[in-house]
Design a protein around this ligand. Structure first.
Ligand code: USQ
Length: 394
């Protein structure tokens, strides 16, 4: 199967590329180094240096004999995405330069993924809106024009639903109004501009499904933690990007890094904010199972991609407990919340769909977090305290 990964250099994109390549798929990745360039521009650093995408593909080939084809390009340019479907693609790195055929699956990670980034100021807001919406729209049109049968796996976000005071289903809700019933996308209430663009993405994809019978799986993912996967274990140079700064770092990765470097844990506000979490290895599993059981023609299939829920306070307590076991004295600090979000709320999402089709969850246990402490501790001298909290306000 030919699998095309949009955003193949990112935190999830590169591990996904290795995962499918290792399972014998023909994998092509495309990326414009948005994340790396943004980290350089904003001077937020990363835990360890990561070879370029071209270098990583070469290393992967040397170590495994397998090939991940690479295209460096900006998917906001419609011609780049169309080139994968009309046979005009030109690879920057590939052993076999020939056209690999139309992708059976496209995994779409090519998004500006940070809520704080989208709210730095109007310029970053515009970058987020332009990047996320144009890429999704370009993808929809390329499929409409050349390959309506290709299955799209899009990474959505649980943040599209927000934190409503009612249970959250997997994507859809049946509403009875004045004696009549119909099924709709569950009402959405994003609490950042980034999350709002993901709602708009879902709408673009849903339009493509209704108009042109596209096949789409939208995975509503919660914050992901971890950095090691089975495939990266063969060589440190294959490890994925790891951010711990306020802009691109997600909470579990940040808390472990803060604990290791002796920075008081940055709990925003009361810390009752509850979200659904998942291990990076479960992202790979969920995407793989979705690829194996594609959405039907004219179907927008939505799964909630989380394995368990935690409040910020629970994560801080766990970090303190695991840190103490390893000899770190971890302090917890409640900062004034720079974000506009509910700090105490009802949260009851459904997340059975992926488990029903075969996903076996990895949970965030003390042992799993201890493993993360050990990896982060290896790079302790690289950690910059000045990027941990600057207070980007909503
Ligand atoms: N938080 C803290 N302290 C911190 C960092 C975060 O209390 O130092 C709180 C935030 O206020 C929020 C929660 O922890 O209530 C999660 O924050 P996060 O930065 O880990 O995650 P978020 O901004 O929601 O975004 C991340 C990814 C995004 C993905 C989303 C899934 O960056 O790409 O879509 O998780 S979800 O949160 O379910 O929308």
């Amino acid at each position: 199967m030919h699998i095309l990964i949009l955003g193949g250099d990112g935190y999830l994109g590169w591990p996904t590329a290795m995962y499918f390549s290792n399972r014998g798929h023909d994998v092509t990745v495309v990326d414009n180094y948005f994340r790396r360039n943004a980290c350089t521009e904003l001077d937020v650093g990363m835990l360890y240096p990561v070879p370029t995408l071209l270098e990583r593909a070469r290393i992967w080939h040397e170590l495994t004999g397998r090939e991940i084809k690479v295209v460096i390009g900006d998917l906001k340019d419609p011609e780049i995405i169309r080139s994968f479907f009309n046979g005009r693609v030109s690879y920057q790195w590939a052993v076999n330069q020939g056209f690999t055929g139309i992708p059976a699956t496209v995994i779409h990670y090519a998004e500006q993924p940070s809520a704080p980034y989208s709210l730095i100021n109007y310029k970053y807001a515009n970058i987020t809106v332009a990047n996320n919406l144009l890429i999704t729209n370009n993808l929809v049109w390329a499929l409409r024009d050349f390959s309506r049968d290709t299955h799209v796996i899009h990474i959505g976000t649980m943040g599209e639903y927000g934190t409503p005071n009612i249970d959250i289903p997997e994507g859809w809700i049946e509403i009875e109004h004045k004696g009549r019933k119909d099924k709709f996308l569950f009402p959405r209430h994003a609490s950042s501009l980034y999350h709002t663009t993901k709602i708009m993405d879902t709408d673009l994809l849903w339009f493509g499904v209704r108009m042109w019978d596209l096949r789409v799986t939208d995975l509503m993912q919660g914050p992901v933690y971890g950095m090691e996967t089975e495939d990266s274990a063969i060589d440190n140079r294959l490890m994925t990007l790891f951010n711990y700064d306020e802009i691109f770092g997600t909470i579990v990765n940040r808390f472990v890094t803060q604990a290791v470097v002796g920075y008081p844990l940055t709990v925003y506000g009361k810390g009752g904010q509850t979200r659904g979490y998942l291990n990076i290895n479960d992202t790979l599993q969920c995407v793989h199972i979705s690829e194996n059981t594609p959405a039907k023609k004219g179907e927008l299939r939505i799964f909630n991609q989380i394995m368990e829920t935690f409040s910020v306070n629970e994560l801080a307590e766990m970090t303190r407990r695991v840190g103490a076991k390893l000899g770190y004295e971890v302090e917890i600090n409640h900062l004034e919340n720079p974000r506009k979000e509910s700090e105490e709320h009802y949260y009851n999402p459904t997340y059975q769909g992926l488990i029903e089709i075969g996903v076996k969850p990895h949970y965030l246990t003390d042992d799993v977090m201890e493993g993360m402490f050990q990896v982060v501790a290896n790079y302790q001298s690289n950690i910059r305290k000045d990027v941990i909290f600057k207070g980007i306000k909503w």
